[in-house]
Design a protein around this ligand. Structure first.
Ligand code: SF4
Ligand code: SF4
Length: 407
């Protein structure tokens, strides 16, 4: 796209607002849930494109399923029937119901027809991201044994140390030893780490450590530091690590009303055009979204319009739900509030409509009373241009919703 075309597109974009942006893929409002009336699609496999997950040797379609936001077993069934092999979940998702749902779906399927990745999150210092020095491996192993029971299987392919933001945490001996022990016992096949904060440091450290087989990282066209992630991923892939990408569609929407979806097909293609990414785990929650995600495998070439959409999307500030988790806000706030966690909660609530996960994430921020009411203006200048005060006040309300309404 030349400069003139870009300027014209930008003018049109701004004139018509987000609604008029040509090429936006208008998806129906998400209606996930057991009562989703959407008919199950015909059981027809899409032509799949496979890549090998590094030295694990697992050959996976480049589109897998992030199950976190899905609570409809028919959707997971449909994903597997459509050729998806890899399901990604975690001990904490939906307080265990996510793993249980997957367990019910896979129980009658041959064990070699699917690949399971799950994750264990252990408490750490919210500010430093470090585990307590006296933390032991017992609770890590107990949680994993519970995951196995929920899933109804004796082994998962990938176990991730969940949500790591520091090199020191990645190398934390009790959890590394626990994962190695589980591997020796045959309860897991591969050791992984997941990261969506400070990703380059974590990926580099995983590569250098030679103790990890797979990395699961946030990676999308909206990240301000995407070149650093790209470089770290390339090095990891060269060293033989499997690379799985998440947050590929950058929160899914430009607006909290979800009237204006990001061009999700373009966003997913953008990630997959990096061949160092072996598979992706978009978190689709409807059959239409699933079909859209699968359709990228027909042709990964970005159309001219898709390139324009992504280019403009990169330039727009104060839009979108995706927080880059850069952490630059925390020190600007006089109360040092855990803003990145709150913004992740905001994305889960408005982008994914996963209110349970949003509430849990918010509670993990450790903010019990919000001082934002007392600030005449917010001192935070956010990298993504978010109105932090407005979003903080908005999302904090979810704290008071009784838990049983969100399950
Ligand atoms: S809220 Fe803004 S400044 Fe803070 S982590 Fe997210 S993108 Fe960075
Ligand atoms: S409005 Fe909230 S986030 Fe902004 S400076 Fe005040 S306390 Fe911090």
């Amino acid at each position: 796209m030349n400069k003139k075309e870009l300027n014209t597109s930008r003018r049109n974009f701004m004139k018509t607002g987000l609604t008029g942006m040509a090429g936006l893929t208008m998806l129906p409002v998400i209606t996930s849930g057991k009562n989703d009336p959407t008919p199950q699609p015909k059981k027809k496999k899409s032509p799949a494109v496979y890549r090998t997950l590094g030295k694990t040797g697992l050959k996976l379609p480049i589109v897998s399923m992030g199950v976190m936001n899905a609570d409809n077993p028919r959707l997971v069934e449909a994903a597997l029937d459509s050729g998806i092999i890899h399901l990604d979940t975690a001990y904490v998702y939906q307080r265990g119901r996510n793993e249980e749902m997957i367990g019910n779906v896979i129980k009658n399927r041959p064990r070699d027809s699917y690949v399971i990745g799950t994750k264990i999150y252990e408490p750490r210092d919210r500010k430093t991201g470090l585990f307590p020095k006296d933390a032991k491996s017992n609770s890590f192993i107990e949680k994993f044994e519970t995951s196995l029971k929920r899933l109804g299987i004796e082994q998962v392919e990938i176990l991730y140390l969940h949500n790591i933001s520091r090199k020191e945490s990645l190398l934390f001996e009790p959890y590394l030893a626990a994962m190695q022990k589980l591997k020796d016992q045959g309860k897991i096949r591969f050791i992984g780490v997941s990261t969506h904060v400070n990703e380059p440091e974590v990926i580099e450290a995983a590569t250098d450590s030679k103790q990890y087989d797979v990395i699961l990282t946030a990676y999308n066209f909206k990240q301000p530091h995407l070149q650093k992630i790209k470089k770290a991923i390339a090095r990891a892939a060269r060293a033989g690590l499997g690379v799985v990408a998440m947050k590929t569609q950058a929160g899914g929407y430009w607006d909290q009303e979800r009237q204006h979806p990001i061009n999700m097909r373009a966003a997913l293609k953008w990630v997959l055009n990096d061949e160092n990414v072996h598979t992706t785990i978009p978190g689709f929650t409807t059959f239409d979204q699933m079909n859209l995600d699968l359709s990228v495998m027909q042709d990964l070439t970005l159309t001219e319009q898709e390139k324009i959409d992504l280019k403009l999307g990169q330039q727009i500030s104060q839009a979108g739900l995706y927080c880059a988790q850069c952490g630059k806000c925390t020190s600007q706030c006089p109360h040092h509030l855990e803003i990145p966690t709150m913004m992740r909660s905001f994305m889960y609530a408005y982008g994914y409509k996963n209110l349970g996960q949003a509430r849990e994430t918010l509670l993990s921020s450790g903010i019990h009373r919000l001082p934002c009411h007392d600030c005449s203006t917010c001192a935070v200048n956010c990298t993504m241009g978010f109105d932090i005060q407005k979003r903080m006040l908005n999302i904090f309300r979810i704290k008071d919703i009784p838990e049983e309404f969100l399950v």
